[in-house]
Design a protein around this ligand. Structure first.
Ligand SMILES: [Cu+2]
Length: 72
């Protein structure tokens, strides 16, 4: 199991955090998703078959591209 924390600058309201949490949360292997409005951060805990590349691709697809990987 891996936990990553991404900076997602496009987060601007509660709808954004909800969209991210529900879309990423539906991926197989994703255990938890927490999107934070204040810090514009998304913390995701996952395991295979989901990979970091797939998570980043999905976020870009739903218009919340990852701005950077933060150290936890
Ligand atoms: Cu929004």
């Amino acid at each position: 199991m891996t936990t990553v924390s991404y900076s997602v600058p496009a987060i601007h309201c509660g709808h954004c955090t909800h969209t991210i949490e529900s879309e990423v949360g539906e991926m197989a292997g994703v255990h938890s998703v927490k999107a934070d409005l204040e810090t514009k951060k998304v913390e995701i805990t996952f395991e295979p078959p989901t990979s970091e590349e797939q998570i980043k691709a999905l976020l870009a697809e739903i218009d919340y591209p990852v701005g950077g990987l933060l150290t936890i």
